[in-house]
Design a protein around this ligand. Structure first.
Ligand SMILES: [Zn+2]
Length: 317
């Protein structure tokens, strides 16, 4: 058995495949390569993999006429279906990084990030702010695979069937994506991590930004949770018009000002987390590399106002 990490690389452009293979070998990884959905499937079935790098635009079979993002999405979902489980830090135990020329496949990339893809690698590779080898190393760290010795064991754990969340029945399809809500990792533009916690203590609701807890009033917390929810589960890419935020904060523009003050007090520059289109809409920023929100837990939140805000949203969805 190899004592090096083994990547599944699915890429139909031979030049790009060679470029990536070069990088993988230079960091001491082995790889198996396929150029189609069918080929990727066969390698996935063989097992022995530590992580996957999946191009979106691939062919069905090697001799198919044209590549299509549908094939890439299908393969990603099959990878995720085979390795669905996450660790205690909410990271997939088997990381699947998707690759795309983003701009023309923007919708598909967003769909797959929503479906839990662990990182996004932009093509051409020189356009990534975070180098591909760094993204791979981080993905391996997230899944606890700093060393290959534990990979077989971790892959076994990754493959076990996840317990179905009790609240899954009757939720909107988007809310069924993951047992703990879902993560939206977008590494291309930054590194922030926002975790919406279901904790109520010291008279505050809590979020976690890059490992630093920030206590918010229930109203402000609901606004942050709404923005996170819109980013992870929403249609479009997370913009919420102020009235939607205000409806739940019921304090109009003051609500946003207060939220910004509370974030600042907690040491989080609000502009680093929230984007304002200057036309009345807000969203959680791209720079929030990963957003974790568990809607089912918010439904059970200790604070009644939070419970109500998210309980009614789920029913309406
Ligand atoms: Zn490994």
């Amino acid at each position: 058995m190899s004592h090096r990490h083994v990547a599944l690389l699915v890429e139909d452009d031979p030049v790009m495949a060679a470029e990536i293979a070069d990088i993988l070998t230079s960091i001491g990884h082995d790889l198996v390569h396929a150029d189609s959905l069918e080929g990727g499937r066969a390698l996935l079935a063989q097992g022995g993999l530590c992580y996957a790098l999946l191009d979106l635009q691939i062919k069905h079979r090697p001799n198919s006429l044209k590549p299509d993002v549908i094939m890439g999405e299908t393969l990603y979902r099959e990878v995720r279906g085979q390795y669905p489980r996450r660790n205690a830090a909410d990271a997939h135990l088997f990381q699947a990084l998707i690759m795309s020329g983003f701009d023309k496949e923007h919708d598909a990339v967003v769909r797959m990030l929503r479906a839990g893809a662990d990182a996004f690698i932009r093509k051409p590779l020189c356009e990534n702010q975070i180098r591909i080898d760094v993204q791979i190393r981080e993905a391996l760290e997230r899944s606890g695979r700093q060393r290959h010795a534990r990979c077989a064991e971790i892959s076994r754990a990754a493959g076990a069937a996840p317990p179905l969340p009790p609240a899954a029945a009757g939720l909107a399809p988007a809310s069924r994506l993951g047992p703990r809500g879902d993560a939206l990792p977008l590494h291309a533009e930054g590194q922030r991590r926002l975790v919406v916690l279901d904790r109520w203590s010291g008279g505050k609701c809590w979020v976690d930004v890059d490992g630093v807890p920030a206590g918010l009033s229930p109203k402000s917390f609901i606004m942050v949770a709404r923005l996170a929810e819109a980013r992870v589960f929403g249609k479009g890419i997370g913009w919420l018009y102020k009235t939607l935020l205000d409806k739940y904060a019921d304090v109009g523009w003051k609500g946003m000002t207060r939220l910004y003050e509370q974030l600042r007090r907690a040491g989080v520059p609000p502009e680093s987390l929230i984007e304002n289109d200057r036309r009345g809409s807000f969203r959680a920023r791209h720079e929030a590399a990963q957003i974790v929100i568990d809607l089912a837990a918010l439904q059970q939140h200790e604070h009644e106002e939070v419970r109500r805000a998210f309980g009614s949203a789920l029913k309406a969805a």
